[in-house]
Design a protein around this ligand. Structure first.
Ligand SMILES: NC(=O)c1ccc[n+]([C@@H]2O[C@H](COP(=O)([O-])OP(=O)(O)OC[C@H]3O[C@@H](n4cnc5c(N)ncnc54)[C@H](O)[C@@H]3O)[C@@H](O)[C@H]2O)c1
Ligand SMILES: [Zn+2]
Ligand SMILES: [Zn+2]
Length: 357
């Protein structure tokens, strides 16, 4: 094994810097993972790629980028209890202290230890390299027939929306509205379909993303974002509005649409991050007995549950991946994701082998 590897860093000026980095050695309770797939997230673009805007848990500390990796364990340090060399794994994207109340519930995303909570690709080295170190407690098994590109999307994208959908409960009874058809919104649509939803309506501003949602059969109708959206959704749902809505856009108008286009007794989950929203509590929420949920990522145990269900449902998250790049072309991968003219974008370091440069 070579002692150095190329790794992608995000200097914050809409570029990617490829620099050599040492191949790390696993310590106690850690493993060395050969990264096979690392997907790019809207949060990477929003908080790091253009400018280092993130604060607190979203503060980027100049580490190797990439918080959505999956790969193969090639070395297990001493003291590992469950995973071993040769295991295929997904990495939960936040390494928590492991012992606070949130970590003990599996929600390392909200670990309360400012000293020990470190997210991969934000405060500790992530998956945009051939190898990465991970703590054993952060790993989820990735069984066949799921691929590495499937696995890379289980933590942040599919796991996040699975958590939100479990909170609001989606079944065959429901018409569902999804505002924002980026990779997170597309993942939501794919899961709603498997949960039984017969009518899925999507809204976006990007024609590419609207076409993708329809073309993949993930949405039954798509609407261009605009001031008539609430009336349009009501018209598509016998006048009543949807039973469930998810905002995956973070846009203020789209969030208000998600709330207003939901019928009486309905439930709405807010997943898109940042920004604001304004609505009128009495007519938009209180008098219609509606509930709005916030949902932040997911837990390690729910990720394991999702992996099992993906296999049962024969759902491969990679269906929403439209572009795949070798590691040495990570710059193009981030630029494409930033343009929005794509579905999910994956970087696959194994694809560099035999590549021209
Ligand atoms: N809550 C969580 O735990 C969590 C986890 C992961 C990502 N996120 C957030 O979820 C959001 C989606 O992530 P993504 O990777 O799909 O990002 P993305 O930026 O690719 O997707 C956002 C989509 O919203 C669309 N949009 C913008 N304005 C709109 C409008 N007015 N109406 C309808 N659609 C509009 C965009 O065209 C885009 O397709 C981001 O805000 C991301 O930070 C949240
Ligand atoms: Zn992510
Ligand atoms: Zn903790």
């Amino acid at each position: 094994m070579s002692k150095t590897m190329m790794a992608a860093y995000l200097p914050g000026n809409s570029t990617v810097e490829m620099r050599p980095a040492p191949v790390p050695a696993p310590g106690h309770g850690e493993v060395l993972i050969q990264v096979e797939a690392s997907t790019i997230c809207g949060s990477d673009i929003r908080c790091i790629y253009h400018e280092h805007l993130g604060k607190g848990p979203e503060r980027y500390q100049g580490v190797i980028a990439g918080h959505e990796p999956a790969g193969l364990i090639v070395e297990a340090g001493p003291g590992c209890r469950r995973f071993k060399c040769g295991d295929r794994v997904i990495v939960y994207h936040i390494s928590g202290c492991g012992v606070c109340a949130d970590c003990r519930r599996g929600y390392m995303i909200s670990c309360t230890s400012s000293k020990w909570r470190r997210a991969y690709g934000w405060q500790r080295d992530g998956g945009m390299a051939r190898f990465m170190l991970a703590e054993e407690k952060d790993l989820i098994p990735l069984p066949e027939p799921l691929t590495y590109v499937d696995g890379a999307q289980v933590a942040c994208g599919f796991g996040t929306v699975y958590e939100a959908l479990e909170k609001i409960g989606v079944s065959g009874n429901d018409a569902v509205l999804i505002t924002g058809l980026g990779p997170v919104g597309l993942a939501a649509a794919a899961l709603c379909r498997k949960l039984g939803a017969q009518q899925i309506i999507g809204i976006d501003i990007s024609p590419e993303r609207m076409d993708l949602a329809l073309g993949l059969g993930l949405c039954d109708s798509v609407l261009a974002s605009g001031p008539d959206n609430v009336a349009q959704v009501r018209e598509l749902t016998s006048g009543g509005g949807v039973e469930r809505a998810l905002d995956c856009s973070a846009n203020a108008e789209a969030r208000a649409t998600a709330i207003r286009a939901t019928r009486k007794w309905g439930k709405i989950a807010l997943v898109g991050e940042g920004g604001s929203v304004s609505f009128n509590p009495s007519p938009d929420l209180i008098h219609d007995q509606k509930a709005v949920y916030g949902s932040w990522v997911t837990s390690t145990w729910r990720m394991e549950e999702l992996v099992e269900r993906l296999i049962r449902w024969q759902l491969h998250p990679e269906v929403i991946v439209t572009h795949r790049f070798p590691l040495h072309r990570a710059g193009e991968a981030y630029a494409l994701m930033a343009s929005g003219r794509c579905g999910k974008v994956a970087v696959c370091p194994g694809d560099d082998l035999g590549a021209a440069s």
